[in-house]
Design a protein around this ligand. Structure first.
Ligand code: ADP
Ligand code: TPW
Ligand code: MG
Length: 579
C-alpha cells in the first residue's frame, strides 16, 4: 500500500474548483455572508456547502418569506439581501419578493437554480423547463444568466452593482443546474472573481440644483419636509436631522421613515398630517415618491378641489433617480443625487437661515396639540373587549421602553392604527408592508430583522396578515430568534362581523371565531400567550422581551372594532361609486 493514490486525489482537488465553490467564494469576497433560502435540486448542495464554508444559511418554509427576508435585509444593511431558491415553483414563489424589492427600492438578489438553455429553448420536456430569466425581467431592476463557471465572478459582481447602485432594486440571477458542477482550473477560476469596488458610488448633486431648491425653500411661508424610506435607507441620519433642525421646518415621516428623528420631536407634524398637506406652500420630498401613498401630490389631500386637482404647492424632490421628478405633478426643484450628498450639501449652504414664519409653526403646533389630546383620551379608555387602541397603547409603551427593538407591522387596521399610535425613536426600526401594502412580509421580516440587527423584534400583525407567513413561526423557533409577535385577532379581514347573505358559508372576510394563534407557536416549542386585556398583553410582551424567546401573543380584539380597508376605505370601488 503506497501513499500515491491519496496524493493524486488531493492534487486534483486543489487544482479544480466547481461552480458551487465559485458562487460561495464570490459572495464571501463581497461580504455577503447570509443567505435566505429554501433547498431543493439543484441548490441543496449549494446551501450545504455554503454553510460548511461559514456562510449563514437561514432556511425557510416558503420561498416568499425567504425573499421578503432578503429584501428587508437589503434595506437594513445597504448590502443586497440574497435569496436562494430552486427552479420553477421555488423561483415563482420567490418572484413576489423580487418585485417587492424592486418596487420599494430595496437591494436584493434572487438566485434561482434553473434548467439549461437547450431544454428551455426547445421545450424538451424537462420537469422544469421554465424560462425564468424572461419571467423575472419585468419585475427586476436587472436579470442575468450565467452559463459558464468562469463567468460567475462577473455575474455576481454585476448583480451586486445593479442591486445597490443608483436607485436600489431587485436583481435576478439565473444559475442553470449544470453550472454548479462545472469544474475549472482553481487558480484561473479564483482570478475570475471580482471584489466590487465602490458598489454604490456617491452621486453628488449639482450646486445649481441645491441652490434652486434652497432659494425656493427660503421664500416659503408654509414649508414642509416629507421624509420617505429612501431617506431611512440612505443612513444619512445626522445630516437629515441637521437639515430639519437648522431650517426649523415641520416634517412628516412616511411610515418607514418614522424614527429618523424621534416621532416625539417638536417639529414632527404626523399628528397634523391632514392639516399640513393641503396648507403647505413648498414641500420638500426627501427619498419619498409622490405615489398613491401621497395621493400623487394632488386632490383633496393636498387641498385640490377634485381628485385630479393640484393644490398649488411647489415641490422640491431630493432623489437618486433623475426620472422620478414630474411623475405626477411638476417638481419645481429636483435635486438629483444620493441623499447623504444632497442633504449635506444643503446643510452646508444654509447660511443664516431664518426659521419659517411663526404663524405657520404655531398653526401646526396648535393642530398637533388638539389631535394628540384627542388621541390620548381614546388611548386612556379601557373597553371590554379590548380594541385596537387599548392594545396599541400597551405596544406604544413597550416600544418607548425598548427603542432599539425592531417593529414589524402588517394588516389593515392593525397597520394603520399602529403607524399612528406607536411612536418610533430611532432610524430604521419600523419595517412594514411598503409601497404595495403587501400582506405576507411579516415573518420573513422578523427573521431578517433579528438576524441583521441582533435586536429584539416586535411584530404587530393583523390576524389575516399573519396567516400569509404564519408557518415561519417554526423558523423563528428553530433559530431561537428573539421575536415577539402580537396577533391582533379580530376574527378576520378588517373585522369579524360579516355574514354570507345566503347563510350558506362564512363571509369571505371572516375566520374561525376565537382562534388561538398562540397555540401555533407552542407547537414548535415557543411561548404562546392568550391576552384579553391590556394588562395581560403588557405582561406577556414584557416577559417576551426579557426572555428573548420566540413568543406569540394572541391579542383578542373586539371583532367590530375595525373599518373596511383600514385607512384606504375610499379606494374600494363600491365606496368610490357612492361618492
Ligand atoms: P416612501 O414609501 O417612504 O414614501 P418611496 O419608496 O416612495 O418612499 O421612495 C423612496 C425614494 O427614495 C425612491 O424614489 C428612491 O429612488 C429614493 N432613494 C432610495 N435610496 C436613495 C439614496 N440612497 N439616495 C437618494 N434617493 C434614494
Ligand atoms: C398579498 C389585501 C389588505 S389588508 C388585508 C388584506 C387581505 C388583511 C386585513 O386583515 P388583518 O387586519 O390583517 O386581519 P385588520 O386589523 O384590519 O383586521 N393580498 C396581499 N396583499 C394585500 N394587501 C391583500 C391581499 C388586503
Ligand atoms: Mg383582522
Amino acid at each position: 500500500m503506497g501513499t500515491a493514490e491519496p496524493q493524486i486525489a488531493t492534487r486534483a482537488e486543489t487544482q479544480l474548483i466547481d461552480g458551487f465553490q465559485l458562487v460561495i467564494e464570490a459572495l464571501k469576497l463581497n461580504g455577503l455572508d447570509t443567505i435566505y433560502a429554501l433547498p431543493g435540486i439543484p441548490i441543496t448542495d449549494l446551501t450545504r456547502r455554503a454553510q460548511a464554508d461559514g456562510l449563514r444559511v437561514l432556511s425557510f418554509r416558503h420561498e416568499q418569506n425567504a425573499g421578503y427576508a432578503a429584501s428587508i435585509a437589503g434595506f437594513l444593511t445597504q448590502k443586497p439581501g440574497i435569496c436562494l431558491t430552486v427552479s420553477a415553483p421555488g423561483f415563482l414563489n420567490g418572484l413576489n419578493a423580487l418585485a417587492h424589492a424592486t418596487v420599494n427600492c430595496f437591494p436584493m438578489i434572487l438566485i434561482s437554480g434553473s434548467s439549461e438553455r437547450e431544454i428551455v429553448d426547445l421545450q424538451q420536456g424537462d420537469y422544469e423547463e421554465m424560462d425564468q430569466l424572461a419571467i423575472a425581467k419585468p419585475v427586476a431592476k436587472a436579470a442575468y444568466r450565467v452559463l459558464h463557471a468562469d463567468d460567475i465572478g462577473v455575474g455576481i459582481a454585476r448583480a451586486i452593482r445593479a442591486a445597490v447602485s443608483g436607485r436600489p432594486g431587485g436583481v435576478y440571477l439565473d444559475l442553470p443546474a449544470k453550472l454548479f458542477a462545472q469544474a475549472i482550473d482553481a487558480e484561473l477560476g479564483r482570478k475570475t472573481l471580482i471584489k466590487v469596488v465602490d458598489a454604490a458610488p456617491k452621486q453628488i448633486p449639482a450646486p445649481e440644483a441645491v441652490k434652486r431648491a434652497l432659494d425656493l425653500l427660503r421664500g416659503a411661508k408654509k414649508p414642509l419636509i416629507i421624509l420617505g424610506k429612501g431617506a431611512a435607507y440612505a443612513q444619512a441620519d445626522a445630516d437629515i436631522r441637521a437639515l430639519v433642525e437648522k431650517t426649523g421646518i415641520p416634517y412628516l415621516p412616511m411610515s418607514m421613515a418614522k424614527g429618523l428623528l424621534p416621532d416625539t420631536h417638536e417639529q414632527c407634524a404626523s399628528a397634523a398630517r391632514s392639516f399640513v398637506l393641503p396648507a403647505a406652500d413648498v414641500v420638500m420630498l426627501i427619498g419619498a415618491r409622490l405615489n398613491w401613498l401621497l395621493s400623487h401630490g394632488k386632490g383633496k389631500t393636498w387641498g385640490g378641489k377634485s381628485a385630479k386637482d393640484w393644490g398649488g404647492q411647489k415641490f422640491i424632490q431630493v432623489d437618486i433617480s433623475p426620472q422620478e421628478a414630474d411623475s405626477n405633478v411638476r417638481i419645481d426643484a429636483p435635486v438629483v443625487g444620493d441623499i447623504g450628498s444632497c442633504v449635506s450639501a444643503m446643510v452646508a449652504s444654509l447660511g443664516n437661515w431664518a426659521k419659517p414664519p411663526a404663524e405657520w409653526l404655531n398653526a401646526v403646533s396648535e393642530k398637533k396639540k388638539g389631535n394628540v389630546a384627542k388621541m390620548a383620551e381614546t388611548l386612556a379608555k379601557n373597553p371590554t373587549p379590548m380594541n385596537f387602541h387599548s392594545a396599541l397603547a400597551v405596544v406604544r409603551d413597550i416600544v418607548k421602553a425598548n427603542p432599539d427593538a425592531m417593529l414589524v407591522n402588517e394588516g389593515a387596521n392593525a397597520l394603520d392604527f399602529t403607524r399612528s399610535i406607536v411612536d418610533m425613536y430611532k432610524p430604521r426600526k419600523r419595517i412594514d408592508v411598503g409601497t404595495w401594502g403587501i400582506m405576507g412580509v411579516g415573518m420573513g421580516y422578523c427573521v431578517a430583522a433579528a438576524v441583521t440587527t441582533q435586536q429584539p423584534v416586535i411584530a404587530v400583525e393583523g390576524d389575516s396578515a399573519f396567516g400569509f407567513s404564519g408557518m415561519e413561526v417554526e423558523t423563528l423557533c428553530r433559530y431561537k430568534l428573539p421575536v415577539c409577535i402580537v396577533v391582533m385577532n379580530n376574527n378576520g379581514v378588517y373585522k369579524g362581523t360579516d355574514k354570507d347573505p345566503t347563510g350558506r358559508d362564512p363571509a369571505p372576510t371572516v375566520f374561525v371565531k376565537g382562534a388561538r394563534y398562540d397555540k401555533l407557536m407552542e407547537a414548535f416549542g415557543g411561548v404562546g400567550v392568550q391576552a384579553t386585556t391590556p394588562a395581560e398583553l403588557r405582561k406577556a410582551m414584557e416577559e417576551a422581551l426579557r426572555a428573548k424567546k420566540p413568543t406569540l401573543i394572541n391579542a383578542v380584539i373586539d371583532e367590530t372594532a375595525g373599518t373596511e380597508s383600514g385607512r384606504i376605505t375610499s379606494l374600494n370601488p363600491s365606496a368610490a361609486k357612492k361618492k
